[in-house]
Design a protein around this ligand. Structure first.
Ligand code: SF4
Length: 617
């Protein structure tokens, strides 16, 4: 029997199957897509199978996540495996340069000025941490040992040794067989090859595990997208004058205004082409971007400023002149402000990186329909596997109420009142907190006006992460309270509501993207790429995924229990309901309030009703 590098005594239900499926895919040198609900233990399964195969076959493993905070779970699994199997492999937790910079004069700067500042410090031999690092043939053993403790510990170790944390980590990574890193290290086409060269690893000799793989396409698009407003050009010109530079960028602003007058006479947004701008600007965009970046660094050095519009403009010009056949360019007016956006709609160029590794393991709890992701990753012969939730099915029931709709043309005060009534009614049958997720702030506000429930916590538009954290703390300490938030936001995705904090979730409407120019352009690009499936992939499925993500916030472990209500007529349409039912079983009961009462049992229902009655006085 195969001995896998697995840290626990035995795998959970479904986890053993997942390990064996991933290992089999590696043996055939095929990538695999793993759609597995929360609770199966995907991280351990993927690492166990990939590492066992990789170490036997002289391959390396990358474990990549969209966010730094998600590294910790992989590091914990790796430490467990290392402890159990006697440290037979080396690994490191790598994060971006700014997060491992030990020089306090640089590491507090915003990213746009951090990188040029670091480069300048190195070139001017003014970073003592880097100078000491360069003088060492080998890293201190204590620092090498701290590599397996996660990046925070490595940072502390490097700081106490007086060494640059980032370059020390890069050096340590050269000897590491397993590397935990960010999506940005692979998906950003401008930095990937430099990164791989610096750590002396090649993708063709590596298995790459992509955690939360449903994010790959969107994040790859972000690296090829950029935008700029007229005021950025004005500020950039002032910065040039402030450092006595003779470069003139004000003509870019004149051209931008002229194009806006022509294109935005009767509309607020319009497509533009490169040919709408003088050919000279196109020809010199790259060299101008280089000059502006240098002037931006000079400006940051001479002024006390932490940001530079010159650096912003430089980045925009690089994106403008970069080659992305799916990029759309849009000019728009927002009050007095004019904006030009370059948006990559389907980042084929960036996604080519997925063909380079020995094999990929794509895993997520929301990669459904899995066939869509398989199409979008454009890999021949990839294996797709769906796994059942390990949590008892009886712990969650879900219903569709088609008595209302938030469809744009049906929105009215009366419809908002009906939505509020349905939420109030649902609330009366839930013994505890509920969360109500809306398709937009407009629908949230329209409905909230008609809700009588007093105990409510409401997400605000453009909330800072600190304010969101504070809101979550308040909600975690609350009882019989309704959280009102939007889908696709920080309260409906990537957040764990622990200890069965939410007993009921209402999904109001379908969070479809605004049918603006960008959405229409995306649909056109996807239809070209995926034919008849293009509209569904570009428009319908992402909205349903946002709804499913929000609906999944309540049941986070095997003992959590919750009721989900999808509130919109369109959820009864087959195209929508099939997508939902692929992830969440829907009860067909005609009396869903009665069904909810039976789910909670008489005692809990009475408690729920009582609590609600108090609030409604
Ligand atoms: S060389 Fe290292 S320590 Fe110095 S500024 Fe750059 S990242 Fe920071």
């Amino acid at each position: 029997m195969m001995q896998f590098l697995f840290r626990f005594d035995r795998p959970r239900e479904h986890q053993a199957q997942m390990i064996s499926d991933i290992y089999a895919a590696m043996q055939q040198r095929r990538s695999i897509l793993v759609n597995a609900p929360t609770g199966i233990g995907k991280t351990d399964a993927a690492l166990s199978a990939a590492m066992t195969y990789a170490l036997d076959n002289d391959l390396d493993v990358f474990f990549l996540t969209p966010k730094i905070s998600q590294h910790a779970i992989a590091v914990e699994a790796l430490r467990g495996i290392s402890g159990k199997f006697g440290g037979s492999f080396s690994f490191i937790d790598l994060v971006g340069k700014a997060n491992l910079c030990t020089n306090e004069a640089a590491n507090m700067l915003p990213s746009e000025s951090f990188y040029p500042t670091c480069e300048k410090l190195i070139n001017g031999k003014k970073c003592a941490f880097y100078t000491k690092f360069k003088g060492l043939d080998e890293l201190p053993q204590s620092l090498i040992s701290s590599a397996s403790m996660g990046h925070h510990q490595f940072f502390r170790g490097a700081f106490s040794e007086g060494l640059c944390g980032y370059y020390s980590a890069i050096r340590a990574a050269r000897k590491s067989r397993i590397i935990v890193a960010d999506y940005a290290h692979m998906l950003n086409p401008y930095t990937r090859s430099v990164f791989l060269k610096s750590i002396s690893h090649s993708l063709s000799n590596s298995i790459v595990i992509w955690d939360e793989a449903h994010n790959i396409v969107n994040l790859a698009s972000d690296y090829l997208s950029s935008s700029i407003t007229y005021s950025v050009i004005e500020r950039a010109q002032k910065e040039l004058e402030g450092i006595g530079s003779s470069i003139d960028v004000s003509y870019i602003g004149f051209v931008m205004k002229a194009v806006s007058q022509r294109k935005l006479a009767n509309v607020t947004e319009a497509f533009i082409e490169r040919t709408d701008f003088p050919k000279e600007l196109e020809d010199e965009a790259e060299s101008l971007a280089d000059s502006l970046e240098k002037r931006g660094m000079e400006y940051l050095e001479k002024s006390a400023a932490k940001r530079s519009s010159l650096v912003h403009l430089s980045r925009f010009l690089r994106t403008w002149s970069g080659y992305d056949e799916t990029a759309t360019r849009i000019i728009s007016r927002h009050g007095p402000s004019i904006r030009i956006s370059i948006k990559s709609l389907f980042p084929k160029k960036s996604l080519e990186v997925l063909r380079e590794p020995y094999a990929n393991v794509f895993m997520s709890a929301t990669m459904a329909p899995i066939s869509m992701y398989s199409d979008m990753f454009m890999l021949d012969g990839a294996v797709s596997k769906n796994y059942e939730s390990p949590f008892p099915k009886a712990n969650r029931i879900a219903f569709i109420d088609g008595s209302i709709t938030t469809k744009y043309e049906s929105r009215s005060v009366d419809e908002y009142k009906r939505i509020a009534e349905r939420i109030e009614e649902f609330r009366r049958h839930i013994p505890g907190n509920i969360a109500v997720f809306f398709p937009s702030f407009k629908v949230l506000e329209g409905t909230a006006r008609h809700l009588s429930m007093a105990r409510r916590i409401v997400q605000g538009e453009n909330m800072s992460s600190a304010a969101t954290g504070e809101l979550l703390e308040r909600f975690a300490a609350s009882h019989d309270t309704a959280l009102l938030a939007v889908m696709g936001g920080s309260l409906s995705e990537g957040v764990d509501y622990r200890d069965n904090l939410i007993k009921g979730i209402v999904i109001v409407g379908i969070p479809l993207s605004m049918p603006d120019l960008e959405t229409r352009a995306r649909i056109a690009v996807f239809e070209k790429q995926f034919g008849s499936k293009g509209f569904e992939y570009a428009y319908i499925t992402p909205a349903i995924i946002r709804a499913i993500q929000a609906a999944g916030r309540a049941v986070r472990n095997e003992t959590d229990r919750a009721v989900i209500l999808f509130l919109d007529k369109r959820y009864t349409w087959r195209g929508y309901s099939n997508l939902i039912e692929g992830s969440i079983g829907i009860s067909k009961s005609m009396d869903y309030m009665g069904e909810i009462d039976r789910f909670w049992g008489p005692k809990a229902s009475a408690a729920g009703k009582g609590a609600s009655d108090v609030r409604m006085k």
